[in-house]
Design a protein around this ligand. Structure first.
Ligand code: AMP
Length: 402
């Protein structure tokens, strides 16, 4: 059943259950009535749309349609409800998101597993960045994982083509607070792929430590936490920082030394080196996704396990763990909510729910030239001629209580 635009009806799918709630709309697990295939239906929220289809959804669809990589979620089609009242994006279904998985009781990832997840995250980011796409909301709940262990970058609702260098046309109100780099917190409007690399570093450190490393309540506290671990920025290690719009907010602050080595002393020196590269204050000196994949961390024992060697888990999405947490009330009736989304949805929502102030750029979605370049077939990463296989013993997964 096709509508006048050639889209199928959502009735082609049977909704099974809600698995997610983005700022953008609900996400459902659904079954195709044609062939039984399980998919994810992401509803496009039309509430505030006086002028038809939301521009944010158009951007996301355009970008997703132009990307094609194992580590990037695949948009299969768009379906509509009767009279185009609601619109849904149909995605391949993914069993988990990284936050939901990490929040499972007693979950602790082994080093080969962390390497496997990080390698896939960095491979997806390398592909996006080579194709000039910034994701701008890398966080655990946007990293989806299927039961074959394949990790895919999802939620391109804030993604944008890279700006022309120094064009200062982007908004700094992107990236969920805990994963937001210092240059955005200091108000820059000219930035590039390095913003995603900071977020990747926060995820890496979180996987190692078992907890978020910068859980700020607001932008001021966020910068504070960053300075306490990464050191207060100086003109010596970050020459451009003093020219950033809100750099003065740091001038009254105590000068903290960089403490990455001490904080991560119980991890290998290659892991520390990589965190140091991700969490470099100066975005120009921050490690790129491609160089991170080349770092010793991924090429020394214990080697990353293969995705298919990861354990199989019951489905786990952040939405469900959050729901469980929300229902948890302590003895004196105080509701606990440690949920990051609740803290800062309003911070990222500014751009999602409106055109945002970098809309000029959006008109320049990735050109077919970029995306049909040699990189569009980029599927994996090979630093050395043969990719070493993990030894079977290293793929073991251990569950311990945190
Ligand atoms: P999003 O609005 O894209 O950030 O999605 C919100 C949540 O819905 C994610 O954190 C996932 O838990 C879930 N979700 C999104 N896309 C999928 C998918 N393709 N398969 C399964 N769950 C998904």
């Amino acid at each position: 059943m096709l509508d006048k635009h050639g889209a199928r009806s959502v009735d082609a799918f049977e909704k099974l259950e809600q698995v997610g709630e983005g700022t953008y709309g609900q996400v459902y697990m659904a079954r195709s009535r044609d062939n039984g295939e399980i998919v994810a239906l992401k509803k496009v929220r039309m509430d505030n749309e006086k002028e038809g289809f939301p521009i944010t959804a158009i951007r996301e669809i355009k970008i997703l349609n132009s990307l094609n990589h194992t580590n990037v979620i695949q948009l299969k089609e768009i379906v509509t409800s009767r009279n185009m009242g609601s619109i849904y994006m149909v995605f391949e279904y993914m069993d988990h998101d990284l936050t939901g998985l990490a929040d499972r009781p007693g979950m602790k990832f082994s080093v080969p597993q962390i390497k496997c997840y990080m390698k896939q995250l960095l491979t997806g980011l390398t592909y996006c960045h080579l194709n000039n796409i910034l994701h701008r909301d890398i966080k655990g709940s946007n990293l989806l994982i299927d039961n074959q262990g394949v990790l895919k970058l999802a939620d391109f609702g804030l993604a944008r083509p890279c700006a022309v260098e120094n064009s200062k046309t982007l908004t700094n109100r992107v990236i969920t607070l805990w994963y937001r780099p210092p240059e955005l917190l200091l108000g820059t409007r000219a930035y590039g792929p390095a913003v995603d690399m900071w977020s990747a570093g926060c995820i890496f450190a979180e996987l190692l430590q078992g907890r978020p490393i910068f859980p700020g309540k607001d932008e001021v506290e966020q910068l504070d936490l960053i300075c306490k671990l990464c050191g207060t920025p100086t003109a010596k290690d970050w020459p451009e920082f003093e020219a950033l719009p809100w750099a003065k907010s740091l001038s009254s602050k105590k000068m903290f030394p960089r403490r990455i080595k001490e904080e991560f002393r119980r991890f290998s020196s290659s892991a520390r080196g990589l965190i140091d590269g991700f969490l470099t204050l100066d975005p120009k000196k921050r490690i790129s996704a491609k160089d991170a994949l080349d770092s010793d961390y991924f090429w020394e024992e214990p080697m990353p396990c293969l995705p298919c060697e990861l354990p199989k888990y019951e489905p786990s999405h952040e939405f469900q763990t959050r729901k469980r947490r929300k229902d948890f009330t302590n003895n004196d009736g105080v509701k606990h909510s440690t949920d990051q989304n609740e803290h800062d949805e309003f911070l990222t929502g500014v751009v999602r729910n409106s055109v945002g102030d970098d809309n000029l750029l959006v008109a320049g979605e990735p050109s077919s030239h970029h995306l049909s370049s040699k990189y569009s077939s980029y599927q994996g990463h090979f630093r050395r001629s043969n990719f070493p296989q993990p030894s079977s013993g290293q793929a073991n997964w251990t569950q311990t209580t945190r």
